[in-house]
Design a protein around this ligand. Structure first.
Ligand code: AMP
Ligand code: MG
Length: 494
């Protein structure tokens, strides 16, 4: 019999007073147990001078991990916690509509999975930890700016109540990465309910590896949709479930003005979490045509295109499932097409439920969608700030942009059962004061990259942890930028 103790390979003394349970990360790596065609074992490449920027203590505890174990060495992959089985996942994907049969984790390494204190299985992944067999020409590294952006925005999304990957740690490597500029390198430790994407299914479908596909379907159902186990048609049930999760997610994005920026099928999680914060940004002035990403020349991933693109991505998922939906290919295509055509209704249901709350309604009437649309049209005309307009409405204010709309709204409110206090409490719980404003995110990144000043990062993160609560002294984080953000550009150079 072997001893149950698990220590880091690069051993560090167990701190006095720490209990047995605190000594190790209780990895349970279900993806590593899947066949070798689905992943490649690979270790992080050590770096010279790791320094911690941040450990997310609350998330560590949620994962059942003692934050004291989360050192700089662990954060960059110089030390591999015992029980980890580092690997790069294989996946394919449509990037801006073009199919790439092999992408895979080119600069990310999955350390393993833990079952958190709520019984949920979570991936722990290092992003920026060096090359893998999927790196192609890339260096496998990440620059400090994008790491801070992903940390801040993913945690802000989580605090807003939107399904998302999380940030457990960020650390600098002490090494340089070469992009358009020479930049400090960093690693982000990302936590996700899984990193399985539409592109993961595509990887096996294009290779006609039906054995792997079947295992993947079963794995995803067991992991994300356990209620579907034993379904008569598991593949179809899975498609329905992912459509529901994505419909809900993308509607939640719309309700906070979030633009993902690179909704490729490899960045579309089957669990329905927001994943891969690259050129993402929040809209300031309301304009459905808003695009931020410098490489999104044709506005494929513009604000108003996110739902149609989600549908397109789900159609790509459906294609991978055809052989399992029905043995008769024609029948399978007919069934899948019908399902995919149902996506606008799913999305609209989530969208309307969310926007009803944003304008303070608990009752439902047939004209509500038009009422919300009329409000958005008025905001667009006036180039009104999306976040502050909804918040002002939640606190009894009367945004000037809505002058002509307010009478319709009041008329509708008169038929809603809530008191004014109840309504405002509801509205304040869904209309944030604070979102990661683009100009402040840039300011925060500049301070860190140019002056090694992580103060703005810490301060902004603190404010964004309570997005629905006015905070004294945090006024500048609530303000729309003086200049409209029409010219703001984000870059994929992550
Ligand atoms: P992303 O744009 O982050 O979704 O990444 C798209 C693909 O490019 C994925 O397969 C990544 O692993 C890969 N990739 C992006 N940046 C790098 C890099 N610096 N080194 C290696 N692979 C990369
Ligand atoms: Mg990606």
């Amino acid at each position: 019999m072997s001893f149950p103790e698990r220590n880091f390979r690069r051993s560090r003394p167990i701190l006095p007073g720490m209990t047995e349970a605190h000594r190790a990360i209780a990895f349970d790596n279900s993806y590593a147990r899947l066949p070798g065609s689905m992943h490649v074992g690979v270790s992080p490449t050590p770096v010279s001078a790791p320094r911690l920027i941040r450990v997310n203590d609350a998330l560590a505890r949620e994962l059942g991990i003692d934050p004291a174990l989360l050192t700089a060495e662990v954060a960059v992959g110089n030390a591999i916690p015992d029980g980890a089985s580092p690997l790069a996942q294989a996946y394919a994907g449509h990037q801006f509509g073009n199919f790439v049969p092999q992408l895979g984790d080119g600069r990310a390494i999955l350390l393993g999975e833990v079952v958190d204190v709520n019984g949920r299985r979570r991936d722990i992944q290092l992003k920026g930890s060096g090359r893998t067999p999927f790196s192609r020409g890339g260096d496998g590294r990440a620059a400090l700016g994008p790491v801070l952006r992903e940390y801040l925005v993913s945690e802000a999304m989580s605090a807003l109540g939107i399904p998302t990957t999380r940030a457990l740690m960020a650390a600098t490597t002490g090494e340089r990465v070469y992009r358009e500029d020479v930049l400090p390198g960093a690693v982000l430790t990302r936590v996700a309910s899984s990193h399985i994407r539409v592109g993961t299914f595509q990887f096996f479908a294009v290779r006609q590896d039906f054995e792997a596909l079947k295992l993947l379907i079963d794995h995803v159902i067991e992991r994300h949709y356990p209620a579907l186990q034993g379904s008569e048609n598991p593949a179809l049930a899975l498609l329905d479930a992912v459509m529901e999760a994505q419909g809900s997610l993308v509607a939640r994005w719309a309700q906070v003005g979030f633009i993902h920026g690179v909704m490729n099928t490899d960045n579309t999680s089957v669990s329905g979490e927001t994943i891969d914060y690259g050129p993402c940004a929040f809209m300031d002035a309301y304009d459905p045509g808003t695009v931020f990403s410098s490489i999104d020349t044709y506005g494929r991933y513009a604000y108003a295109n996110q739902a149609p693109i989600a549908q397109w991505n789900l159609a790509r998922l459906a294609e991978t499932l055809l052989a399992f939906i029905d043995k008769d290919r024609e029948a399978a295509i007919r069934i899948a097409t019908e399902r995919i055509e149902g996506f606008p209704a799913i999305y609209t249901r989530h969208w309307l439920a969310g926007f009803r709350k944003k304008i303070g309604l608990v009752s439902e009437e047939g004209g509500d969608l038009d009422l919300v649309q009329a409000m958005l049209d008025a905001m667009q005309m006036a180039r009104a700030d999306f976040t502050t307009t909804f918040r002002m409405l939640s606190t009894g204010g009367e945004p000037e942009a809505l002058n002509h709309w307010l009478p319709q709204w009041r008329e509708r409110l008169a038929r809603d059962p809530q008191t004014a206090e109840e309504r405002q409490a509801l509205m304040r719980s869904v209309n944030p004061v604070y979102i990661p404003r683009n100009h402040l995110v840039e300011e925060m990144i500049s301070a860190a990259v140019e002056r090694q000043d992580f103060g703005p990062f810490a301060e902004m993160l603190r404010v964004l942890m309570n997005p629905y609560q006015e905070q004294a002294g945090a006024e500048r984080y609530a303000q729309a930028p003086a200049e409209p953000d029409g010219a703001y550009r984000t870059f994929c150079g992550t």
